[in-house]
Design a protein around this ligand. Structure first.
Ligand SMILES: [Zn+2]
Length: 116
């Protein structure tokens, strides 16, 4: 994943939101990032930090990042399993060995934007 590009698109969304709502600045942004999204939170925060100097809109923005656990479902056993591991995981049902369907953990979304 290219966290720099993601950071820029987040700033674009914030600028658009500010324009539409007549905001002077963004106070707080709540992001949800799934552990399977491939986004490295540290790298994303670093990229956002780097944009702060050139983008007035995020000069004093607090970025709140919520990590979303990976939840996968077995369609054979009809059971759900959650995975806390951020590294490469085998998404195989522990009971029957069939591949699991991922229900959450891939998201990368802006949940809430607070402006002034
Ligand atoms: Zn199963």
């Amino acid at each position: 994943m290219h966290e720099g590009a993601i950071a820029e698109s987040i700033v674009d969304i914030l600028k658009q939101t500010a324009l539409e709502n007549d905001l002077k600045g963004i106070v707080k942004v709540h992001l949800r990032i799934g552990k399977l999204s491939g986004v490295m939170v540290d790298a994303l925060l670093f990229a956002l930090e780097a944009l702060r100097t050139e983008e007035k809109i995020i000069e004093s923005t607090l970025f709140e990042i919520e990590r979303v656990d990976v939840v996968a479902k077995c369609n054979i056993c009809n059971r759900e399993f959650s995975f806390d591991d951020e590294t490469e995981m085998a998404l195989i049902c522990p009971s029957c060995g069939m591949p699991l369907e991922i229900i959450s953990g891939k998201e990368m979304e802006i949940v809430d934007i607070e402006g002034v």
